[in-house]
Ligand binder design. Sequence first.
Ligand code: LMR
Length: 327
Amino acid sequence: MLKLSRALFCAATLFAAGLAQAADPIVIKFAHVVAENTPKGQGALLFKKLAEERLPGRVKVEVYPNSSLFGDGKEMEALLLGDVQMLAPSLAKFEQYTKQVQIYDLPFLFNDLAAVDRFQAAQGKALLTSMQDKNILGLAYWHNGLKQLSANKALREPKDARGLKFRVQASSVLEEQFKAIRANPRKMSFAEVYQGLQTGTVNGTENTWSNYESQKVNEVQKYFTESNHGLIDYMVITNAKFWNGLPPDVRTTLDQIMVEVTVEVNKQAEALNQSAKQKIIDAKTSEIIELTPEQRQLWREAMRPVWQKFEGEIGADLIKAADASNQ
Ligand code: LMR
């Protein structure tokens, strides 16, 4: 009798534990390095909202902006260790994992975000799944926008940048881009940019208007040059084992949400950057230099040899396809 009631008690305890487990939501930590009022910051928040609305009690998304959980350098490792489940690093930060993704850093490759869309629709899918052997799965591309130069002196022609120190993301292509204009690139994490510029560790950098404005870079840079010379775009990534291990209905719903969020982020990105630019103009901290077509051509000619340097690693066909997406 005693045995039977003990067995019943054990069974009941196990059942209750099972129920509690079933009731625990799946927690998805989504970490990124930028502010919330940027295309990526907004995208992460929209993903959280829709996931929690459509999978109530089953999925909880915790968003950590501004490198508050992991910053550059640590976040990829954390994803692989399972300490964070989603990231959206800039495509400049993948070179350790795939050489082909370096294509996005080539200077003067895409004329606008519409060209990026055309390239990603045709060629981008294969790159999303190109790191699965390393347990990294790409879910989507999110746009930020085209990059502008900033410095503590006016940059109108490539020779103006000679000898200056520029902060770059962890990308060999971007290092070569600045070497091509005889400037000194310095790799630095995003969280250190403001201080690096303030203390003079670096004299200039490149980024989008939304990243500049949200990090208050205009407080420490007197000049911006509207060069539109390169791209900041993101790959939303997850730990492949984690994603493939989700209950199938949860995964399908999250995949669908990701499609919707991507459309929204990519629709809003340009407007967010333009309003950030306007805020910098209104702040009257800095001069914004517009290039003449002739001046822009000089930057293009100076930086374009970088394409050839990376043609072997990226693939000439892929570069050709990206270039053709401008038409
Ligand atoms: C940077 O490191 O400059 C940016 O790409 C950060 C980001 O994620 O936009």
